[in-house]
Ligand binder design. Structure first.
Ligand code: FAD
Length: 473
């Protein structure tokens, strides 16, 4: 009989590896199955996030941002930097090095915490057994008291633009361009499309974003979304809303994309296309027919608020279940499930999960938009503060953007914080804390905020909720 584990986790992305480490820390005998093989043929941990998602995209965003800063803005600071050039190959190489270090780091954490790493494809069998098929085809079956499924997601493909080596790529292919394409089409104006579009726009591509929906970033407060659209346009990104892609033709080394918009049928020619229309839950070869784990109508593994599936003792977390497809959401669910398995009481607050778009400036938000709150019949009061009025933003040469707080008109409770501005992704932590602790706008306004910091923009927005911002007339 093969080993028996207290917990077997399937998938070592930010959901699975965090769940496995936490379970091991709590004294549970834990294994984690992973099948991801890198270019060198080695099984690597870290999932989408570390290999082809959060981290590599941020490495490219950082390099390309610094390039634009040096090329276009250093002179404003009195720094002479003539002839600044981007070395795309070096940028991509640096990204690969970071990925290698981080994925290796997870394997080290598994060893340090006593997590058994199993290599291969895990399948959930009936009676809480897991079959692992190695890359050599060898099968082994393990018993588990508990199973945590964290198999993640994969990019959605669309029939009008089938992936075509080197020409039509998904987000993974877009991290590997050897040079900036002259004319780049991005299908989808979501988080991933805007981030990858920004990278290549900064490196010199003419970027056109085709988005089927009429509104821009509908999940973000309208004031912030409007500012984001204006700033990305100013940076040279041509964002076409209400543009539904219907087909494509490949002509030698170009792609002609057909789409319809309010004016009828259109076409545009590109050197490369990035398809970034979303991701879907990944459950291929994961569930035995008799495993009893149910999917919902959209293909996600069905779970309750505590990530329990339809089978007692089998949990599912991260991108493969409902909720935002975000690494930190996956990790928090991993911690919750490990705690529950270890017999502790644990909860997730799904109302306080921050989202960030790592464009420049960054867009970050948590909680409701003003529009959502009103649609739900909640009477709100709001306060905004422009970065243009922040001394630190001026010193940083980054005065674009605003912070906005949405509070309940009656109770003053903070319902949402939406920010566009430099380091908005760091500033949003204040909003998350406010929501988590049920803070009022006045609570935020009474907190002493260090000067000069960008955090003061959030503080001033909180003061503005009752019309008492100091630094705006
Ligand atoms: P995954 O990270 O997808 O990991 C699942 C793992 O399970 C994979 O390693 C897979 O190989 C393995 N697996 C699947 N099936 C099996 C099986 N049967 N047996 C064994 N192993 C299996 N999120 C953020 O929060 N911030 C960001 O900035 C951000 N940027 C992104 C940028 C891009 C370009 C992309 C594509 C995504 C980004 N995301 C970001 C999303 C983030 O990567 C995901 O939300 C996160 O990785 C989900 O974690 P997970 O553990 O649920 O799944």
């Amino acid at each position: 009989m093969a080993d028996k584990f207290d917990v077997i986790v399937i998938g070592a992305g930010p959901g699975g590896y965090v769940a496995a480490i936490r379970a091991a820390q709590l004294g549970l005998k834990t294994a984690c199955v992973e099948k991801w093989v890198n270019k060198e043929g080695k099984v690597v941990h870290g999932g989408t996030c570390l290999n082809v998602g959060c981290i590599p995209s941020k490495a490219l965003l950082e390099t390309s941002h610094k390039y634009v800063e040096a090329r276009d803005h250093f002179a404003e600071l009195g720094i002479k930097a003539d002839g600044v050039e981007i070395d795309v190959a070096k940028m991509v190489e640096r990204k690969a090095e970071i990925v290698k270090n981080l994925t290796g780091g997870i394997s080290g954490l598994f060893k340090a915490n006593g997590v058994t790493a199993l290599e291969g494809t895990g399948k959930v069998l009936p009676n809480k057994q897991v079959e692992v098929t190695g890359h050599d085809g060898e099968k082994a079956t393990y018993d588990a008291e508990n199973i945590v499924i964290a198999s993640g997601s994969v990019p959605v493909e669309i029939p009008p633009t089938p992936l075509t080596e080197g020409l039509i790529v998904d987000s993974t292919g877009a991290l590997e361009f050897s040079e900036a394409p002259k004319r780049l089409g991005v299908i989808g104006a979501g988080v991933i499309g805007l981030e990858l579009g920004s990278v290549w726009s900064r490196c010199g591509s003419e970027v056109t974003v085709l988005e089927a929906v009429d509104s821009f970033l509908p999940m973000v407060d309208a004031a912030v979304a409007k500012e984001a659209q204006k700033l990305l346009k100013k940076q040279g990104m041509d964002i076409k809303l209400g543009a539904r892609v219907t087909g494509s033709d490949i002509k030698e080394n170009e792609v002609v994309v057909k789409y319809t918009d309010a004016n009828g049928e259109q076409e545009q020619t590109f050197d490369k296309i990035i398809v970034a229309v979303g991701r879907r839950p990944y459950t291929q070869s994961l569930l035995d027919d008799d495993a009893g784990v149910k999917l919902d109508e959209r293909g996600f593994i069905y779970v309750d608020d505590h990530c329990s599936t339809s089978v007692p003792g089998v949990y599912a977390i991260g991108d493969v279940v409902r909720g935002p497809m975000l690494a930190h959401k996956a990790s928090e669910e991993g911690v919750m499930v490990a705690d529950i398995i270890a017999g502790h009481k644990a909860e997730m607050n799904y109302d306080a999960i921050p989202s960030i778009i790592y464009t420049f400036p960054e867009v970050a938000w948590v909680g409701k938009t003003e529009q959502q709150a009103k649609a739900e019949g909640i009477e709100v009061k709001t306060g905004s503060f422009p970065f243009a009025a922040s001394g630190r933003a001026m010193a940083n040469n980054a005065t674009e953007g605003l912070a906005k707080i949405i509070a309940d008109a009656e109770t003053d409770r903070v319902l949402g914080v939406h920010i566009i501005g430099q380091h908005a992704g760091e500033l949003i932590a204040q909003g998350v804390t406010a929501l988590e602790f049920g803070a009022s706008a006045e609570d935020l306004a009474l907190i002493c905020t260090a000067h000069p910091t960008l955090s003061e923009a959030v503080h001033e927005a909180a003061l503005a909720v009752d019309g008492h911002a100091i630094h705006i007339a």
